[in-house]
Ligand binder design. Structure first.
Ligand SMILES: NC(=O)c1ccc[n+]([C@@H]2O[C@H](COP(=O)([O-])OP(=O)(O)OC[C@H]3O[C@@H](n4cnc5c(N)ncnc54)[C@H](OP(=O)(O)O)[C@@H]3O)[C@@H](O)[C@H]2O)c1
Length: 297
């Protein structure tokens, strides 16, 4: 039976990957994250607590299960945290990836590495897989370095870059743009929403499915996986307000530079997803469909 090991299972993508793989009867899913399992769903997979920056602990885990596929979704993901704590960011995102590549090579696993639109500078989005990277913050730089490690040292690999992922996390403290807009407008609060950044937002369920297709086909190389619509946060918020018939007048349009944040953000990213469509048959849902799905979950 094929075994798939997922890192960062307590995270947003991790939750959707575990949900997806635990339904596949022909696959044994091994989920791992730091500390206790925080997913509500506990059936259909094995959970292993591990800090993947500890080389020995992670090696022991991989040698125990000998997975055919490793999906490395765990990372230090908050750009501002990475800017403030560069050493932790490098250890988690780059050094640990070096170690994970080594053990993946040792057991002959196909490695799926999750990366980001923040590898680009945002001056000429939307981007294709072969476009030149040029990160504007430390998080992006750490992902560029980790991508190089994967490309240069992994034997069997895919890099999955994605953009502004939304979904329902099990952690009640973690919101998303849809619930943030909905909840504030419902309680009659004004919100400042950015009009000069552009993204192709990605439903976490679509991203999980793309990872599954890539792993299943052992499709190598870089893949851009996101939604298809280029939207500003303000346009996303307008769609949410319309869907829930809430007062869009409470939304104050602002420029990104009206917020002072430690990490710079690229202005216009977004992806061209033709490769994923052609190679995988990937077809993401629309943002409006995403709003509807999140209401039902
Ligand atoms: N979300 C987005 O908008 C977005 C956009 C572009 C790219 N990505 C990439 O997609 C991937 C998944 O993102 P996500 O949104 O699911 O991230 P997330 O919700 O922040 O989840 C990351 C998970 O990794 C775990 N982790 C971090 N360091 C660890 C360590 N040393 N040992 C074990 N586990 C560790 C975290 O554990 P704790 O919960 O214990 O902290 C967390 O559960 C990441 O590689 C991210 O860079 C995400």
């Amino acid at each position: 039976m094929e075994k798939v090991l997922i890192t960062g299972s307590n995270g947003l993508l991790g939750k959707y990957l575990v949900q997806l793989y635990s339904q596949q009867k022909e696959i044994r899913c091994i989920a791992c994250s730091r500390g206790a399992n925080r997913l509500k769903q506990t059936e259909g997979y094995v959970y292993e607590p591990v800090d993947f920056t500890s080389e020995e602990a992670f090696q022991t885990l991989v040698r125990k299960h000998r997975p055919q596929v490793i999906i490395h979704a765990g990372a230090m993901t908050q750009a501002d945290d990475c800017e403030r704590n560069k050493e932790a960011c490098w250890n988690t995102n780059v050094t640990a990836t070096e170690q994970i590549v080594k053990i993946a090579n040792e057991v002959g696993a196909f490695l799926v590495f999750l990366s980001t639109d923040f590898v680009f500078d945002g001056l000429s989005g939307p981007y294709r897989e072969e476009d030149l990277v040029n990160p504007v913050n430390y998080y992006g730089a750490s992902k560029v370095a980790a991508e190089r490690v994967v490309m240069q040292t992994a034997k069997n690999w895919a890099i999955v870059r994605t953009v502004l992922v939304y979904g329902l996390a099990d952690d009640p403290k973690r919101g998303n743009i849809i619930t943030w807009v909905r909840d504030n407008l419902r309680s009659g609060k004004n919100i400042k929403v950015v009009t000069d950044q552009w993204r192709t937002p990605t439903y976490a369920g679509d991203l999980a499915e793309a990872c599954r297709l890539i792993a299943g086909k052992r499709a190598g190389g870089i893949f851009h996986i996101s939604g298809e619509e280029m939207l500003t946060p303000f346009e996303m918020a307008q769609q949410v307000a319309k869907y829930y018939s809430l007062d869009a007048g409470l939304m104050i349009p602002v420029d990104a530079d009206s917020f002072t944040q430690p990490a710079m953000r690229p202005a216009k990213t977004g992806f061209i997803i033709e490769k994923a469509k052609a190679v995988l048959g990937y077809q993401p849902i629309s943002f409006n469909e995403g709003i509807r799905l999140l209401e039902q979950l």
